[in-house]
Structures are given as structure tokens and as C-alpha cells.
Write a protein that binds this ligand. Structure first.
Ligand SMILES: [Zn+2]
Length: 851
């Protein structure tokens, strides 16, 4: 025993001395630590994490590391905070000071306040150079012998996210390692330059995280933005890659710039650009500025920080998932990973230098920005009002959750008043009656620029050649009745008292729940999971002086006998969990409409759902649906692969979903025949966007593509008559001419047949974010549930020719086929997971139609 203890002591002593010896050793470079020079091979995420942690252990006076979360696949997400010896111990004070400068936290700034620079790497997984470059950047920042970075850190705190999207990056890196030639093969035809489906760009659910900054639908974004909002840096830089033939891009950004970007923010884009330019010129490296990468859509890593008071920068290196370790370009030069690292490395340091040398000005302007936000908010509208009523409970809850995530302040009207404002539903200025419980978002708050960008009815587009969708107005996205007021209306922070539980009966005949939002879908699927049997009224009804719309869920005691006495507790607890207000009835008799025993009160079967994936299917479109089932409503879904679809016994499923994709190969004549037979036997086929387009015109499918050519030809003839020189187009205008055919994500009011289950819960209108002008004609045989008539455009950019095609068009259709159904969704209601208003619609398609 004695001996063992002695030996343990001796062992501990050896360990201790080893540690001390290591600490005294010089800081290891990435090459020394990894065992290869950066650029010789790709570094796995595990090794990236190891090196960051190693630096934090070795230089605790210079760098601190925080694990701020995990990815969907369980990989750690890290932030490294690098600061001077003086600033690192007072990081928390610096952070609080910064929020005080922004008016978000109370109190006075204490001590000298440095500038904060945040740099994000590898948000697109296969743009893999970024997480290599950051290791060199980190070493330079931490290296005690580096006088230059030491000087810059005197007045700058640097926050680095070494890998924003570890799941996507690993998908790329592991694949590359499996197929690469030893040392890499530069031939552009080598296998290692052709990533397989679905590619490493997106995250686990195939979401593009660099379209998710403003919406924060993904776990990576949610956790990262919670940190970001604690810091609100003065400068944010986001590191990317583009095609391998292009050299390098840094700011100033291209047009259009959103009108809310201040002159100072525009100017400083040039300043940082200048710092970069000097280094790139010195090295004779090619680059371009002011092209391709605009500052308009608010959900990028440059725009979202910009609307939060930062200078938002995008850096793009030529390379991406195409370039591997080496890639022979068309001009004969070979682009190596080493070159790519060098460029992002220099750009990172140039950004730090610019921030450090202008730190005082940056913090000053930052204060001014937030001060203006609070006291002199921009834009015509000063208040946004969202109407509260029985139907809006779920959507309002979703909106307030979203506002909380964004640190946007809101309140409630507190009393009734009258005003004038822009009505989002009609697109007109009207008088507005504001009620006590209406939700109010005032522009007089620190984040008013963000509010303006997200809520204003339309954003002025100074130039229509933009990289992304052009409309996202949140009142439409959340499907709420909303008004924008030019007058100031201060909100009351008092939350309206929650209505007391209206259920007075202990064991009612039935429970009733309205059907108006995603929450209601979650409530239904949760009940289904607990084996509670649920019915749904296909007709509106009235009972006990209350009106109920079609789609109302009815949970009767009859049919749920198996639950026994547990039924009441289960239903009530589930409603509470999802924020659903229940009503109870003591009878199955209604004063108008259909009694609960009527044939139009349908029992909702719990469907077995299959979802198509794999080669040919759009990874994004598939991922949005996959995420919907697994993360949003928590409902089981079986993912099928296109490669073996022919062998799947479809009778095992009730619903088959086809996301956008090209189906020519997988749904050949024979496979399509099988699918039709399955539908005729009672199956439900849901086809979205190009999948619906694939079915259009095929035998037994009643959908027809809209003949856009006819209209276009007529128009052309008319134009030529008006302008005989119309055909003399200018070569330099070719991009601009092409966009007249475009619709780049714009909001349309879809007229609904509200008696069809696909439209339940919406009333007469559904706001769709339309991204294509490939539309369908009204169906002669089938239900035209959602259509665009002539004046249905709400907001966003639509080219003149596209606009013509977007009228008298079918957007949502349902075709009974035998005992089954085919549902066509020309619009994708789950686009990027942020169009909240579409989520109920998709739930209708899966759970209500055809029951
Ligand atoms: Zn990118």
C-alpha cells in the first residue's frame, strides 16, 4: 500500500515536471504541431480543435477558448478570444462596455475601450481553405515574438470562429482524403475535383448557413448568433471561396447596397479594401472589388453584421470544393492550397491592422450608429403593429421568439387608439385601430436599423442585379395582419395577461383546438405520437356561441377509450406544451355546421411518410423538408434514396414527398406507373417546384405548364412595333437584359380556396415567396387551391416579362387520383426554413388533405 502511494506520488511529480518543461518550450507552429506544413494536406476538424486548444493552454495570457455549442452531428463549435495581456483579463468588462456603448446594456463605459473584430471561417464547408488559414492567423496572434500583432492587439480584441460549419467541412475533407492522389492531382479532370452529391457546402440538414444569419433556423446559427449578440463587434469578416478560375475578392462590395447602410459603413469598406490592396499589390496577386458580391439580402455574413452596426466584409478566394490541394487553371497556372492559405492569411491580418489603426474612430462611429438608431431611426415608418386575435396566437408567439433571438425590443399597445398606416394585406395606407393586446415594435430602439430592414414593406433596390432574393418582409413571412405606422407609438412592456384556462368541465365530450399555425401542427403530431385519436372538421361550425373555422381539431372521448382517464391530462398537458388554447364541449351537437359524428368530421390517420433524397434531388430542397420533420415538428420520416427507389415497396408508406430535383432517371415510365398505382390505391404524392414541373403534362397527371411563350411572342411583336431597333441590344447590357425574365424571390398574395383542406387555417390569402416564373395553368380536372390572379404582386423585384407570366397561374393544386391524391406545390413553402407562413401549409398537405 505504502509503496503504491509512493509510486503514485513519483508519477505525479514526473507529470508535473513534464508540463512545466512543455510550457517553457517555444510555441509550436501549426507545422510543428500537426506534423506537416499547412497546405500539404487538409486538416481535420478534430485536429483544428486540438491546435486551438493547444494555443489556449500554452498562452493563457493571450488567448481564451470557448466551446459555444455543438453541431447537429455533435462536433464542437469554438470561439477563440485573442487580446493583449492587459485586455484579456478584463474581457467581460470590455464586452459589457460594448453593449453599453450600443445602449443595449445599462451603465457607463469603464476603462479604455478597444475595438472588437470578429472573423468567421469556413461557413461553407467545402470552401475549405479558411479553416487552414485561421491556424496560421491564430499562431501569428499568439506568438510572443510577433511584435506587429502585439501592437495591433493593444487596442483590438479579436474573436475568431475557426470553423463555423464543421459538419459540412468534414463531409468535404473526409471525402477528399479518400479519393485524392498522393499529394494531390492538379488535373482538373481528376476525381478529387468532383465532389459527389450533396457536396460539403451546407450543414447537416443541407442548409446554406450563409443564408441563415438573419433567420437563424439552424442550430449552428442559433448558438453562434447568441454569442455574437453578446459582443456586437465593430468589424466582422467572413471568409469564403468561389470558383477556382477566379483570383480574389475583397470589399468594397458590389451594388446594390441596401439603403440602410450608412455613409460611414460604405466608406470604411473602402478603407479596409485599401489595406488589403497594399498587401495584394506588393505580392503581385490578382483581385477584384465592387463586383458580384452585393450588400442587400440581410442574411449574409456581411449584411447581417452591417445591419447590427458593424463593418461587414466578405472575402472570397478562388478555389472551393473544386480546387483540392492543387488545380490546374485554364491559364495554365496551378492554384495550390498553399496559395489559397496565403491570401486568406494576409487578408485576415490586413483586416486586423485596419481595425487596430482606426480603433478609436470605429468605436466612436459605433456609438453614433446606435445612438442614431435609438434617437433618430431611419425610414418612413416609426412603428410596426401586429394584430392580436384568436387566430394569431401561434404566429405571434413565433414572431416574439424570433424578435428575442434578434435582441429586438417589443411590447404591447396597452390601450386602444386610432392611427393611419400601411396595411400589408392591401398594400395601401388606411386607418388602423390599435387594440390593447396588439404587438408593437417601435423604431426607437438600439436595433432599429435591423427592424427597418426586416419589417419595412419593401426595400428600395438601387440596382436589380442582386445575388439573392429581394423580399423578406417579416409580416408576410409570419402571416400576420400588420401595419406600418409613420407615427411613433410607444410600447408597453406589460405582457397581456394570459386568458385563464377556459376549460371548466372536468371530463368534456370533446376538446377543440384551432388550426392556424405551426404550433398547431406540432400539437397534432405530438398527440399522434401519444396515440391520441384526433378528428378534424372540414366545415366551419358554431357551438356555444363560438365560431370555429374549417380545420379545427376535435378530440372526442369516443375513439379514445383506450386512453381511459389519462386522456384529459394528456391532451391538456400537450396543449400547454405547445401554447395551444383548448376549448371544451359537453356535446357533439353544433348550432350550425356539422355535428361531431358527421361524415365531414374526419378522423386523422397517422401517416407513414417517405421523403425522396439522393442524386438528382436538390440537397437544399430535400434538407428543408428533412429539417421540418425532424427539428421543427418532431415527426418520423423515412428518407428514400433515388439509387434504389425502384425496389421500395411503396405500400409501406402513406405519403411520398418529392422535393425539387430532376426526376427523369429515377421516375422512368415503369417507376412512374408504380407510383400512380400506389396513389390510386390511396397514397398521397406531394410534388414541389421542379418535381411538380416534372409531372406536368405526363399521362394521368392533370397539371399543365403555363404556356409562357405565347404571351412572350405577342409582347415581342408589340415591342418591335413600338421600337423597330429593339433587336439592337448592347453587349455590355446583356446581364441586365436577362433579368427581365427573372423573379428573384418576391412576395405574392396567393388567392386560396379556403374550403379545401390544403388551405385550412389561412383564410382567403397565403403570402408566398415566389422564386420562379415557371408556373402552371389552372387545372381543368382538379382543385386549384391557390392561384395568382392579376394584381397579386406584393413586394420584391420581378422582371417585366416574369410579371406577365405570374398572373392567372396555379401555385397550389390538388388532384384526386383513384383513392389517393396528388398535391402540387409550385412554390416551396419551406424555403430556407424561414418562411414561417408556409409551414402550416406543408402540414396541411401532409396531415389534412385526403383524410
Ligand atoms: Zn462561401
Amino acid at each position: 500500500m505504502q509503496n503504491t502511494i509512493k509510486r503514485l506520488f513519483a508519477f505525479a511529480f514526473v507529470l508535473l515536471s513534464l508540463q512545466t518543461a512543455m510550457a517553457q518550450q517555444a510555441l509550436q507552429t501549426p507545422a510543428q504541431f500537426l506534423g506537416y506544413t499547412l497546405g500539404e494536406e487538409f486538416t481535420t476538424h478534430a485536429r483544428i480543435t486540438d491546435y486551438v486548444n493547444y494555443l489556449a493552454q500554452q498562452a493563457p495570457n493571450r488567448i481564451r477558448v470557448q466551446e459555444y455549442g455543438k453541431t447537429y452531428e455533435g462536433r464542437p463549435l469554438l470561439l477563440a478570444y485573442v487580446a493583449s495581456d492587459e485586455n484579456l483579463p478584463r474581457l467581460e468588462q470590455i464586452r459589457e462596455n460594448n453593449l453599453r456603448q450600443a445602449g443595449i446594456a445599462d451603465g457607463q463605459v469603464q476603462g479604455k475601450q478597444p475595438a472588437i473584430l470578429w472573423m468567421s471561417y469556413n461557413i461553407h464547408g467545402n470552401e475549405s481553405v479558411s479553416s487552414e488559414a485561421v491556424l496560421q492567423v491564430l499562431y501569428d496572434l499568439v506568438d510572443p515574438n510577433n511584435q506587429q500583432t502585439k501592437k495591433w492587439l493593444e487596442n483590438t480584441v479579436v474573436i475568431l470562429d475557426p470553423c463555423v460549419n464543421p459538419d459540412g467541412r468534414e463531409r468535404y475533407v473526409q471525402w477528399y482524403k479518400q479519393v485524392q492522389n498522393r499529394g494531390g492531382n492538379a488535373s482538373p479532370y481528376a476525381w478529387e475535383h468532383y465532389e459527389p452529391w450533396p457536396g460539403g457546402r451546407p450543414n447537416h440538414y443541407y442548409f446554406d448557413l450563409n443564408r441563415d444569419w438573419a433567420w437563424q433556423t439552424q442550430i449552428e446559427s442559433k448558438q453562434r448568433m447568441a454569442q455574437y449578440n453578446q459582443w456586437l463587434p465593430q468589424v466582422h469578416a467572413d471568409f469564403h471561396e468561389m470558383g477556382p478560375e477566379q483570383p480574389y475578392y475583397f470589399s468594397p462590395a458590389a451594388k446594390p447596397l441596401h439603403e440602410s447602410i450608412t455613409p460611414w459603413q460604405r466608406d470604411f469598406q473602402y478603407t479596409i479594401g485599401d489595406y488589403n490592396r497594399q498587401y495584394f499589390d506588393q505580392n503581385n496577386w490578382l483581385y477584384f472589388t465592387r463586383e458580384n458580391f452585393d450588400l442587400f439580402y440581410p442574411s449574409y455574413g456581411d449584411t447581417w453584421p452591417t445591419f447590427n452596426g458593424a463593418i461587414g466584409m466578405t472575402y472570397e478566394q478562388g478555389g472551393s470544393g473544386r480546387a483540392g490541394l492543387a488545380y490546374k487553371k485554364q491559364d495554365g497556372d496551378t492554384l495550390t492550397l498553399t496559395d489559397r492559405i496565403a491570401h486568406h492569411h494576409i487578408a485576415s491580418l490586413a483586416t486586423l491592422q485596419a481595425t487596430a489603426e482606426k480603433a478609436d474612430q470605429l468605436t466612436q462611429e459605433f456609438r453614433k450608429y446606435y445612438d442614431n438608431n435609438l434617437k433618430k431611426p431611419g425610414g418612413a415608418y416609426k412603428t410596426f403593429v401586429f394584430k392580436a386575435d384568436d387566430r394569431s396566437v401561434g404566429n405571434l408567439k413565433a414572431l416574439t421568439d424570433y424578435l428575442d433571438q434578434q435582441q429586438i425590443r417589443y411590447g404591447y399597445a396597452g390601450k386602444s387608439s386610432s392611427s393611419k398606416g400601411f396595411n400589408y394585406a392591401t398594400g395601401k395606407e388606411e386607418s388602423v385601430r390599435v387594440n390593447q393586446n396588439d404587438l408593437v415594435v417601435s423604431m426607437y430602439q438600439p436595433k432599429s436599423t435591423l427592424v427597418k430592414v426586416l419589417f419595412e414593406p419593401s426595400s428600395n433596390l438601387e440596382d436589380s442585379l442582386t445575388y439573392d432574393i429581394t423580399s423578406w418582409a417579416m409580416p408576410y413571412a409570419f402571416g400576420l395582419q400588420a401595419y406600418a405606422l409613420k407615427s411613433r407609438l410607444d410600447a408597453n412592456n406589460q405582457k397581456p395577461a394570459k386568458a385563464a384556462n377556459p376549460i371548466k368541465v372536468e371530463r368534456p365530450f370533446a376538446y377543440l383546438a384551432r388550426w392556424n399555425s405551426l404550433q398547431d401542427v406540432k400539437f397534432l403530431t405530438d398527440l399522434m405520437a401519444q396515440k391520441v385519436k384526433v378528428r378534424m372538421s372540414e366545415k366551419p361550425f358554431e357551438m356555444e356561441n363560438r365560431q370555429y373555422e374549417a380545420g379545427t381539431l376535435i378530440i372526442t372521448r369516443t375513439g379514445n377509450e383506450a386512453m381511459g382517464d389519462k386522456l384529459d391530462a394528456v391532451v391538456r398537458a400537450t396543449a400547454e406544451k405547445h401554447g395551444v388554447t383548448l376549448q371544451a364541449s359537453t356535446t357533439g351537437f353544433v348550432s350550425s355546421g356539422a355535428d361531431f359524428g358527421s361524415g365531414s368530421v374526419r378522423f386523422l390517420k397517422t401517416p407513414k411518410v417517405a421523403l425522396m433524397s439522393g442524386e438528382g434531388v436538390s440537397p437544399y430542397a430535400f434538407g428543408e423538408i428533412w429539417h421540418y420533420f425532424e427539428q421543427q415538428i418532431g415527426y418520423p420520416v423515412t428518407v428514400l434514396g433515388t439509387s434504389y427507389f425502384g425496389n421500395v415497396p411503396l405500400h409501406e408508406f402513406d405519403v411520398l414527398i418529392l422535393p425539387a430535383g430532376s426526376y427523369g432517371r429515377v421516375l422512368n415510365e415503369q417507376a412512374l406507373e408504380q407510383v400512380k398505382n400506389w396513389v390510386r390505391g390511396g397514397g398521397k404524392l406531394i410534388a414541389l417546384e421542379s418535381a411538380a414541373g416534372f409531372l406536368a403534362g405526363k399521362k394521368d397527371f392533370n397539371l399543365q405548364k403555363k404556356n409562357g411563350d405565347e404571351a412572350t411572342e405577342k409582347e415581342k411583336a408589340k415591342e418591335t412595333k413600338e421600337d423597330p431597333y429593339r433587336l439592337l441590344r448592347v453587349y455590355g447590357d446583356r446581364e441586365r437584359d436577362a433579368i427581365s425574365e427573372d423573379v428573384q424571390g418576391s412576395v405574392f398574395r396567393v388567392n386560396l380556396d379556403k374550403t379545401h383542406p390544403l388551405a385550412f387555417g389561412y383564410g382567403d390569402t397565403y403570402y408566398a415567396l415566389v422564386r420562379t416564373s415557371d408556373t402552371f395553368s389552372f387545372m381543368k380536372d382538379g382543385w386549384n387551391v391557390g392561384v395568382l390572379k392579376k394584381d397579386n404582386y406584393a413586394t420584391g423585384f420581378v422582371g417585366a416579362k416574369a410579371k406577365a407570366r405570374l398572373k392567372d397561374a396555379l401555385i397550389l393544386g390538388a388532384q384526386p387520383m383513384g383513392r389517393g391524391q396528388v398535391i402540387y406545390l409550385a412554390d416551396n413553402p419551406l424555403f430556407r426554413g424561414f418562411w414561417h407562413n408556409g409551414k402550416l401549409l406543408f402540414g396541411n398537405a401532409v396531415f389534412l388533405v385526403g383524410q
